[in-house]
Design a protein. Structure first.
Length: 352
């Protein structure tokens, strides 16, 4: 009998996608803060709302590393389905935008609007997974820990403490967090005993320090009138900074240790990629955040507007995904599954 997939990490996927949408609420809402005099509780609230998007986003490659460490081949069927998801949902958004009169589109502009960085780099990374897995499985525990320590020092600690971002490209993002997930699967989960509540405490502590950093930067901007502090208020939010890395790992550990089964949770979690594809589409971003009850219009009092809109965006994208999964995707999955070239990759690859 097929083992039921536990819902702890599936619930984590849902929460993390809400954090991602919240991050986009602040980042892409066309808010204008030009001088330290514009700072206030309303701006601080928006800053906090959008502060944890990278924490939520980074949990996803950790989940991949946790589930996919044993894969030995490229999962061609999964890649084909993701490509189909992106192509169909992007085309659907293009039709909606054109017929609703939101924008005049062309085939090229529609295709370009659907090229979100996360999906593109995740697909590229997928081809390297079997090779990375062979490397990671060859490491003993001490070597694995040394590798993670070196990554943490050069990729996170030094950039954080020197105020100098070290950029390697987007693939490093997937490699690092995937490697963390692989280590947890191999040497932590089920082997290290501790109370799961500590994971939540550590995560909340890291997030609280991130909030405090924003408050300090805002206060310094108000006191000194120096725009440097205002422009760097989000400095400790970036995905490789110490606090977001700690928040990401502890949040993953918390949800991975929740043991329960919920069919509705698992079903909703199955739509998370579609929610990402739809709401990150360039046309949809502009329409969601600047067209429909525009964020900037509620900048003076965002306390109700922000949570309601974040939930509405998630619910709207989820509804579209549910219809798509029950119709077109169901047919596409069966059609692609008949291809021996794709079907064989699942049998060889294993994984989640």
């Amino acid at each position: 009998m097929k083992k039921k997939r536990q819902s702890g990490l599936e619930l984590g996927r849902i929460i993390c996608m809400l954090l991602v949408i919240a991050g986009h609420y602040g980042e892409q809402g066309a808010y204008r803060v030009t001088t330290p005099g514009d700072l206030g509780m309303n701006v601080f609230f928006i800053q906090v709302i959008s502060l944890f998007g990278w924490v939520g986003c980074s949990v996803f490659p950790v989940i991949s590393g946790y589930f996919m460490l044993e894969k030995t081949t490229v999962d061609r069927y999964k890649i084909a389905m993701v490509v189909f998801d992106v192509a169909f949902l992007t085309a659907m958004v293009g039709v909606f935008v054109q017929t609703a009169g939101i924008a005049q589109v062309t085939l090229f502009s529609v295709a370009r609007a659907g090229m979100t960085w996360y999906v593109i780099y995740n697909l590229i990374f997928s081809f390297f997974v079997p090779f990375l897995n062979r490397l990671l499985r060859s490491l003993d525990k001490k070597s694995f820990q040394t590798l993670l320590a070196l990554i943490f020092i050069f990729w996170s600690v030094i950039p954080t403490l020197t105020f100098h971002q070290v950029t390697y490209g987007r693939l490093d993002y997937f490699i690092v967090f995937y490697t963390i997930g692989a280590y947890i699967r191999r040497y932590v989960h089920g082997q290290v005993r501790y109370k799961n509540g500590w994971n939540l405490v550590i995560c909340l502590g890291a997030c609280a320090l991130m909030v405090l950093s924003v408050a300090v930067f805002d206060a310094m901007a108000k006191i000194t009138g120096n725009t440097f502090f205002m422009e760097n208020a989000y400095y400790f939010r970036d995905y490789n900074m110490i606090l977001p890395v700690i928040g990401t790992v502890s949040l993953f550990l918390f949800f991975s240790n929740l043991e329960f089964y919920s069919r509705p949770v698992n079903y909703v979690a199955g739509s998370i990629l579609h929610v990402l594809i739809i709401h990150m589409n360039a046309y949809m971003r502009r329409w969601i955040w600047e067209g429909v009850y525009p964020n900037a219009a509620y900048a003076a009092w965002p306390y109700i507007h922000a949570p309601v809109k974040i939930l509405c965006v998630f619910a709207g994208c989820l509804l579209v995904s549910m219809v798509y999964r029950a119709t077109v995707r169901k047919w596409a999955g069966k059609a692609l599954g008949r291809w021996k070239f794709l079907r064989g990759s699942r049998a060889e690859g294993g994984g989640a």
